[in-house]
Design a protein around this ligand. Sequence first.
Ligand code: PLP
Length: 396
Amino acid sequence: MAISSHIKEMMEGSSFIRKMFETGAKLKEQYGDDNVYDFSLGNPDVPPIQKFTDTVIKIMEEDIPAKHGYMANAGFSFARKAVAAQVSKDQKADVDEQSVVMTCGAGGALNIVLKSILNPGDRVLVSSPCFMEYKFYADNHGGKLEIIKPKENFELDADAFEKAMGADVAAVILNSPNNPSGKIYSKENLNSLFEVLKKASDKYGRSIYVICDEPYRNIVFDGAEVPAVFPLYNNSIVVTSYSKNLSLPGERIGYVAANPAADDFDDLMNAVILCNRIMGFVNAPALMQRAVSELQGETVDISVYQRKRDLLCEELSRIGYEFEKPKGTFYLFIKAPGGDDAAFADLLLKERVLVVPGSGFAMPGYFRISYCVEDKTIKGSFSGFEKAFKQVCKNC
Ligand SMILES: Cc1ncc(COP(=O)(O)O)c(C=O)c1O
């Protein structure tokens, strides 16, 4: 066999999202782009802000020695400083450049953090529903992802986390606002988990890290706020990117920011910097580091996503779908009528509406709509959503 049997196994069980993407491409070929309603991918459709374009053009025209050269593996000092100033505001803590490593997106950031902290066989816990790439990322570094069921309304279940604790738990990944549910964990809910983790860290004599995966921190609606984790839990690390808030997913730019109060802080940062190098990333893209340094605190026009959310929520709840109106992200996570998410996604597919079954996020019985799509896709999908609903809920 040419490829590793482990990777072959992974390819076979690989992402629902990808499968939907491929099915969508075939349908579009058959029926034309305008007749397929594809809500499967989280690829932002709001264009980057004009200031991004202007900044990139300005940088390209500037005379900067070794503009596109290698730099220190942690990134440009000015970029790390600019990010640290923003993280200080977001995390309500005093963070300086020593806490920051510029990365190839949030995916790159997660991988270098996990590589830095995992011993073979270590477990990484996450509450469902969750972004399933975490499973692959933990596996990349000899770890194992373990899914913890949430309480009602997708709240973190601190008791369930407590039951899962052991000497081999290295980290908990928190993704808030959450992909796919849009849930923002409250401060109280976070604190209930952190109490459990503090006790377990003492009991097992190891620093259990909380990895806050926050690419949607700034995509929030109705004045919602994402609580700062640094003041609540010392062993915390933010991993994030500009993929969603600046609509730059293909540019692969993000960062790691560690809590200055974390145990063995210097070792941790040196490990993360080394891993950025030896994973083959070497450093985050130079041009993008320069650009985002000048764009801290900026976001695309979030009101566009809020309007799309409202449009969808209004019509889907009129039809009879059940969901919690999300306060963040650009996803809606909806109860699958009849309870079988894969069967319902197939029904929608017959109407040329593409969604991702909740099983793809370790939460069967739901499906995800990614609404970073054109308004005409949203409006065009409504009759398909209604037909599929009525087929299952004849007497609803
Ligand atoms: C929850 C979550 N984490 C991480 C990522 C990866 O983001 P990036 O493109 O910055 O690697 C995504 C992308 O969709 C995501 O939804």
